[in-house]
Write a protein that binds this ligand. Sequence first.
Ligand SMILES: Cc1ncc(COP(=O)(O)O)c(C=O)c1O
Length: 458
Amino acid sequence: MSFRVDAKGLPTHWYNIIGDLPFELPPDIQPPRSEEATQSGMKMQIPLSLVRQNTTRQRDIPIPDEVLDHYRAWRTTPLKRALHLEAHLGTTARIYFKYEGGNASGSHKLSTAIAQAHYYKAAGATRLTTGTGAGQWGTALAIGCRAFGMDCRVYMVGSSYRAKPYRRTIMQLYGANVLSSPSTQTHFGSRLAASGMDSGNIAFAVTEALEDAHANEGSQLSVGSGENYSILHSTVIGIEARQQLLELGHPPDIVVASLGAGSNFGGIAFPFLGERLRGERNVRCVSVEPQACPKLTRGVYRYDYTDGSGVTPLQKMYTLGHQFKPAGMHAGGLRYHACSKLISALYHHKQIDAVAYAQRDVFESAVLFSQLEGILPAPESAHAVHGAIQEAIRAREEGRSPTILFCLSGHGMFDLAAYAEYLDGSMENVEVSEEEIQRSRSLLPDIDESQAVAQELS
Ligand SMILES: Cc1ncc(COP(=O)(O)O)c(C=O)c1O
């Protein structure tokens, strides 16, 4: 099967992997009425267009013209071969990377931000709220809102808000109103702040954004990753890369990407995984996560909340528990406690591989890459760089010559404080103890899975 692209290689359709799944996805469950939800009446709402994209089995979903018009400003994105890195490693592998850092937001997140802004606007929203960790998603949504004439409110995880002041500035530059989370603008944030919490996490920031959207007429919460539709919109990345590699005559054997909640990994990997699921080509897709937040490699496949309050529907995912408090590390976009139900199910069914690496090793590879190839990776993307290097070294040792493709999902020019720490030797390797994993697991909601089927049938 081939994907649909225009004369310049820009996809005209997104690829929906649900149409190729050889298994059913476990349905979501409505949460038991938590104190938070009961008090506020909060409920997650998304436009019908996105609800349909979450569940349809149609493989090719047309990209609306209004979205394509914006995509043309920066897509297609470059596919590059890391020739200097290959030579340095003495590898027999070819290493290609798809560079998503060249747009105004600096990361892959803009492809779903533009699409979501379009769909929310079409559904009548005048203002979008969101939570952001490292700030890439908040920046992308600020740009999306600006493109479609909407206001934007971003709750930025407190530790990033303080560590990355210029990320905040760039969001403001595109018109967003940015608050440090926990904030005093929401009941949820005020309670957290009163309990002494100031560093925050992404699940809490999303809860604040949800409460804010609920309290303000015309406002909706938009989330940057993890939902089927946000991965769907990101598949433009993999479709373009596949076309570019086909033209070079080098289809990939291995695809590597870092894993936050999933739109980065799914965005590049799903078009290739589709080929694997349909039995056309055997591509190995490798997800790379930090040892500090190892949801696939050390999490459990259970029903859990996607935010920190217990208001969002429960999804069956690999999770460390929604109460998991990841230790401070520099790849803020990978600090999410769980991962998309689609990627979780693919991992559960052994269709993808997962690895976890230590922070300093990841930064060592990122510095090497920037010195050899001239692009400084975002700390999140640095995980993919490190993963690709490990694959290339293994290929050399085993005398194989695979083509490796990885997603360089963003640039690291706002992350120089992290690189400074690496260079001056003060960067730590952050590990999660088994006790912390067990503690957080013990706080997972106790769900009878037959409830899910019953809810779906009713
Ligand atoms: C540059 C970059 N790469 C990768 C990720 C992980 O993305 P996702 O949550 O889409 O998996 C993020 C998340 O913020 C990011 O900013």
